[in-house]
Design a binder for this molecule. Structure first.
Ligand code: FEO
Length: 396
């Protein structure tokens, strides 16, 4: 898509990447993507909002030059340093070394790491404004949405929110607005899929950040991937708000996740669950091998604490348990209490491995794990009750 006017003196100058099949290594992209950048011309200064992925640099510059020469850019606003938005920044600075960079204050070291050349960089605080002459950009810092550096900008006069990765979708389109998309793209799904893949691990931060948008009367949301939103733009913000609520609030759920081959780890899980229920918790048993990924993620989010039961095969926890543990970093689960148990035949190494990994994923670990050899004996069952009592004290 060539440079496209959004409103007077505000232009889309991004590029299309229809061939992208996987984003950030983890996220298959059925419809490619775009790397959106915006040019805002004031009467005094011209600002470029974000750049594009490095291989698209020349195409990006050609788009800019349909509006202004590269030499005419005064400011580069870096809302996010991930290379899909900062990849062309260094070449831009080499072409026009007079450009001043504005970013969130916390972002400055990252900008230096991206550029690796001398540059005039100014860090702004939340709600600070940048005057361009008849165009005023208000900086809103949005930490961990989805990087610590992330910022958005609100163009006061035209009520456009440049939201960077917030409210984005990986859709490669030659249409500017979401309401102009033609068949073959399920926008609602792609919008959710982006949130689920990129934003979901940060919902605790997102629900705090979104309150900053309440004071802005937004006509257009202009994200960094996919189309812009001009019809009832608040609906898209509200979706993020709904998806970011704390799902553990109002419950006392301690989920007992487990995998079990011959039923012994399952027996331990059942006994722990009964004791937790006796202590007043909801303690659902969740067989990891029989539960889909989305259900597992939802159950993690609902839990105030989690228990993981794993057998040990070949000196390791089993693959379905490792796959499950990988989900902790795909939702907002930081700081939840957790413990690990399992049945084993020889040494039970997998139990400690899983406990160590959960600790590394910032779970507050119950320091004792519990293991029982093969079929739990009467003594082991008594020991498990004692262990669960201490665990209940730990969960509180
Ligand atoms: Fe679109 Fe976080 O980069």
């Amino acid at each position: 898509m060539a440079a496209t006017k959004i409103v007077d003196n505000v232009y889309y100058v991004g590029v299309q990447d229809p061939d992208l099949v996987v984003f950030d290594i983890i996220m298959p992209t059925q419809h490619g993507t775009t790397y959106n950048s915006y040019l805002v011309k004031g009467t005094e200064k011209t600002a470029l909002i974000d750049t594009v992925k490095e291989p698209f640099t020349e195409q990006f510059f050609a788009n800019i030059e349909q509006v202004v020469p590269i030499d005419a850019i005064d400011y580069l606003i870096v809302n996010h340093n991930e290379p899909d938005h900062s990849g062309a920044a260094r070449t831009l600075l080499e072409r026009n070394p007079k450009i001043k960079i504005y970013c969130g204050a916390a972002s400055m070291p990252y900008v230096r790491n991206i550029l690796n050349i001398d540059a005039d960089i100014t860090g702004l605080k939340d709600a600070q404004q940048l005057e361009l002459g008849g165009k005023t950009l208000t900086f809103r810092l949005m930490p961990y949405m989805h990087w610590p550096d992330t910022a958005m900008n609100f163009l006061e006069q035209d009520r456009i929110l440049f939201s960077n990765d917030g409210f984005a979708a990986h859709i490669c389109t030659d249409r500017l607005y979401a309401d102009e998309l033609t068949g073959g793209v399920d926008l609602a799904h792609e919008f959710w899929y982006y949130f689920d893949s990129i934003m979901r691990p940060f919902t605790g931060y997102i629900r705090r950040n979104l309150t900053k948008l309440d004071s802005h009367d937004i006509d257009i949301i202009a994200p960094s991937h996919g189309p812009l939103y001009r019809q009832q733009p608040r609906q898209w913000i509200d979706k993020y708000r709904d998806w970011s609520v704390d799902k553990s609030e109002g419950h006392r759920i301690v989920s007992v996740f487990y995998a079990s081959n011959y039923g012994n780890t399952e027996k331990l899980a059942q006994q722990i669950s009964r004791r937790l229920v006796d202590a007043g918790y909801e303690a659902p048993l969740v067989d990891i091998t029989q539960t889909g990924e989305q259900r597992l993620k939802e159950q993690l989010e609902k839990s105030l604490a989690t228990l993981v039961g794993t057998p040990t095969f070949n000196g390791d926890a089993v693959k379905p348990v490792w796959d499950f543990v990988a989900l902790y970093s795909m939702v907002y689960a930081v700081g939840k209490k957790a413990a690990v148990f399992g049945s084993y035949g020889w040494a039970g190494e997998g139990i400690k491995m899983v406990a160590d990994r959960l600790g590394a994923l910032k779970q507050k670990m119950f320091t004792e794990t519990f293991g029982a050899r093969l079929v739990p004996s009467t003594e082991e069952k008594q020991n498990l009750d004692t262990w669960t009592s201490k665990l209940i004290e730990f969960i509180g």
